[in-house]
Design a protein around this ligand. Structure first.
Ligand SMILES: Cc1cc2nc3c(=O)[nH]c(=O)nc-3n(C[C@H](O)[C@H](O)[C@H](O)COP(=O)(O)O)c2cc1C
Length: 338
């Protein structure tokens, strides 16, 4: 049986990729994810915000140090423009690339042009097989339009594409007015793939302490559906590689995403919940599913349930609320005369 798939031009032994998470933030974690069975590993994102905060803290410490001991500055490298605090992460990526035999995809979340381009260049030099740009951005300024946000993302992709040669995936959130058009713009800007979808940080109010509590929950049953729909709608209609990210709990979700048309399936919550070895269980379960359905290769059934290949693609998009209600609550339908 052939489980191989091609994602971002990378040949993978099977479609299950370890998504960005604290597990892939360290060399040890990345090794464990490879041992656990990942076909490729996306590192935890390098956040430019953290780098800038580190730089500011370091600069402030240096100023204080220089005031009390002027010689301090003489043995420290100049800070301006050199972005040293990222060096540890880039070095971790370099060592990970040397230590594991599966592709290491470096994830990056930046805010400035320098951040996106300079750090992407460093990650490429470190040997990353590809870069995943994590477009995690909250447009809270009422003066900023959706067109502004999209334009900024497109320009960023164009800039990074112009600078690095390795494949480029863009991880998007689901909140675009016209996701299909956005994906087309990304393809035109030189992206090689999209990852659908990231999940956003949604803090909760703690009623006891009356403070906001950080809350990043692991995925829940049903998180797959929005992603499944968009993968199915885009498959075959974009030249970009498609990776799914969200809601994989078992092998069934892997099979569903591939049927919808994904080239690869990322999973984050499942290995966090059950340990890195769970990746291998996903692959074995998926292999059993293929056997049961007499499929000899992934390419044979991938996209079989994409919109492009459905006899009635409307089933993915129509506002079927009334029909669904009638199916689920027939008495209510009768009572309302529907
Ligand atoms: C604890 C935690 C940390 C995460 N860190 C990152 C990150 O650094 N970069 C990123 O792009 N996504 C990050 N994510 C998002 C995941 O990669 C993934 O897109 C999301 O959790 C949905 O997939 P899942 O349902 O398999 O968890 C993180 C998710 C969790 C739960």
């Amino acid at each position: 049986m052939n489980l191989e798939t091609t994602y971002l031009g990378l040949q993978l032994a099977h479609p299950v990729i370890a998504g960005a998470s604290p597990l892939s933030a360290t060399l040890d974690g990345i090794r464990r994810l490879e041992d656990g069975g990942a076909a490729a590993i996306v590192t935890a994102s390098l956040y430019e915000g953290e780098i800038l905060a580190d730089e500011e803290a370091l600069e402030a410490a240096l100023i204080v140090g220089a005031e009390s001991h002027p010689e301090v500055t003489s043995y420290l490298p100049p800070l301006c423009g050199c972005r040293r605090p990222q060096a540890g992460h880039v070095e971790m990526v370099r060592r990970a690339v040397e230590s594991v035999s599966v592709p290491v995809i470096a994830s990056l979340n930046a805010m400035t042009r320098e951040g996106w381009v300079d750090i992407a260049l460093d990650l490429q030099a470190a040997g990353a097989a590809a870069i995943e740009l994590n477009f995690f951005y909250m447009p809270t300024d009422p003066a900023e339009t959706s067109a502004d946000v999209e334009q900024r993302l497109v320009e960023t992709v164009r800039d990074v594409r112009g600078a690095v040669q390795i494949p480029l995936a863009i991880k998007l959130g689901p909140y675009f007015s016209a996701p299909a058009h956005m994906v087309r713009l990304l393809a035109d800007a030189g992206a090689d793939g999209v990852v659908l979808f990231n999940r956003f940080y949604e803090p909760d109010i703690d009623l006891e302490t009356m403070t906001y509590r950080p809350k990043l929950e692991l995925s829940q049953e049903g998180d797959i559906r929005l992603r499944l729909k968009w993968i199915a709608l885009l498959a075959g209609k974009t030249p970009l590689s498609l990776a799914a990210s969200g809601g994989v709990e078992g092998a069934d979700e892997v099979a569903k995403y591939l049927l919808a048309g994904a080239d690869a399936v990322q999973t984050t919550s499942a290995p966090l919940r059950h340990g890195p070895g769970y990746l291998d269980r996903l692959v074995k379960g998926f292999t059993e599913w293929m056997e049961a359905h007499e499929a000899s290769s992934v390419t044979e059934f991938r996209g079989r349930m994409s919109a492009e290949r459905l006899a009635d693609p409307e089933v993915l998009v129509t506002a079927h609320h009334t029909a669904t209600l009638l199916l689920q609550y027939p008495c209510r339908g009768a009572a309302t005369g529907l």
